[in-house]
Write a protein that binds this ligand. Structure first.
Ligand code: LLP
Length: 426
């Protein structure tokens, strides 16, 4: 699953003790494992190898340049959703041909920036956006490649905030409208509309919603081809699961076994946009216990990380496994996630220092005895962790550390108060 393990009673990332890293870079801090990133990228690439897919790593899940570069070296292209992400993809020396630009609200500046960079495709989310792209491309005398994002109205059975493929969601256009978009815009010269994009949500922890969405989209593609349109690309998005509560996510191979036979041999170039399944289990957030407190009938473990560092529990009520880095003797976990059970645990609310009641990583979580100063790992934090960090309460963002075998290096330093003030006129 990943390369975070308890060895001789102490949490290690690959060959490095987490305590050693925390001593050197302080807390809170994000720690990533190179081997886990590589393994998870390779798992997706080899599971889908029969399709010879273009894997566009979804930068939004973890945007650090070193991680982008590492994945690019393994063959990844990039899925970007903003001008800022495009800058990162290019700085990571991403091949522009393998960059896809998605998002419901691309600005003219961003579109121009992407045309300048000569990216592979635009994923179009509405007629209005397509009209604008056509106008810009015409003005500039260029021809760009695009796919239309469709909303297949399939329930991915995930949190409502990360559901994107239901009719009521803002993403893509419904299947009927998609036909009309092709009728109206599918034959003009400045945007070659030749692909279909679908992404129904994240994480999608069963294969059925993928199958249902792809079947619907293949029906659309057959219809469009029947009308004489050339459709040669299908982008099936991301949304492959990761392990938070246990081993709830299907393996890459299981997704592939369901998806590959549907699309194989149909003359479609396949794009995948995985993010979380590569990065989530490749990172942890390490934090230090500041105080223990009893109040009312609750026990609180107050740590130095908060929702400014990891927003997922507050925003999605997301579960992250939390455990001491060096647990008291007898409390080394043999499994991680909800399944952990042993005598002597007591329920604690794990909370941060932010002035928000939502600043709570876990409620009544059974935990071993802990003390002020102990280090705590918040697991499965590699995806949508650091990228969603904020400066609320004027808190500098944490550093990021990349471990490789027995070595680690800082790939982003801790921010300073000067960084926080840098854009302001003091
Ligand atoms: N492609 C598109 C069009 C997307 O919208 C997303 C994620 C992905 C690919 C990558 O999905 P992944 O493979 O990482 O699941 N902040 C939330 C997740 C938001 C996902 C947004 N879109 C969270 O922390 O769970």
């Amino acid at each position: 699953m990943d390369h975070f393990e308890y060895r001789e009673g102490e949490l290690h990332c690959e060959g490095v003790a987490v305590e050693r890293i925390a001593r050197e870079v302080g807390t809170p801090a994000y720690i990533y494992s190179t081997a886990t990133l590589a393994d998870h990228y390779d798992a997706i690439a080899s599971a889908f190898a029969a399709l010879d897919p273009t894997i566009c790593y979804s930068i939004k899940s973890c945007a650090n340049l070193h991680i982008c570069r590492l994945l690019r070296e393994r063959g990844a292209g990039f899925d970007v959703v903003s001008g800022g992400e495009l800058v990162r993809a290019l700085l990571a020396e991403g091949n522009p041909d393998r960059i896809v630009f998605a998002g419901v609200g691309k600005t003219d500046d961003e579109i121009n920036q992407a045309i300048d960079a000569n990216i592979g495709w635009f994923n179009i989310e509405s007629e209005a956006e397509l009209e604008n792209l056509i106008a810009i491309a015409r003005r500039r005398g260029v021809r760009v490649e695009a796919a239309l994002r469709v909303n297949p109205d399939v329930d991915p059975k995930t949190h409502r905030h990360t559901t994107t493929g239901l009719r009521e969601n803002k993403f893509g256009v419904d299947l009927d409208r998609a036909r009309r978009v092709f009728d109206e815009f599918g034959r003009q010269e400045h945007v070659r509309l030749s692909g279909i994009h679908v992404h129904i949500g994240s994480p999608v922890n069963t294969v059925e919603p993928f199958v249902e969405a792809i079947q619907k989209v293949l029906g659309l593609i057959d219809g469009l081809r029947g009308d004489g349109f050339t459709i040669d690309m299908l982008d099936i998005g991301g949304g492959f699961g990761a392990y938070y509560r246990g081993d709830e996510a299907p393996a890459a191979q299981q997704y592939a076994e369901a998806i590959v036979p549907l699309v194989e041999g149909r003359g479609l170039r396949i794009i995948l946009e995985p993010g979380r399944c590569i990065t989530a289990n490749a990172g942890i957030l390490v934090t230090r216990v500041l105080y223990l407190k009893e109040s009312g009938d609750r026990s609180f473990l107050i740590v130095d990380a908060g929702l400014t560092d990891l927003l997922r529990p507050a925003l999605y009520e997301a579960y992250h496994f939390i455990w001491p880095v060096r647990p008291a003797p007898g409390f080394v976990p043999t499994v991680r996630g909800e399944g952990v059970a042993m005598p002597g645990l007591s329920p604690m609310d794990v909370v941060g220092p932010i002035c928000e009641s939502a600043d709570c990583f876990a409620k009544a979580r059974p935990l071993p005895p802990m003390h002020r100063g102990d280090l705590v790992g918040v697991f499965s934090g590699g995806a949508y962790g650091m990228v969603m960090a904020s400066h609320y309460n004027a808190r500098p963002n944490p550093p990021e550390v990349l471990v490789e075998d027995d070595e680690f290096r800082l790939i982003r330093r801790r921010e300073t108060y000067e960084d926080l003030l840098a854009a302001e006129y003091v």
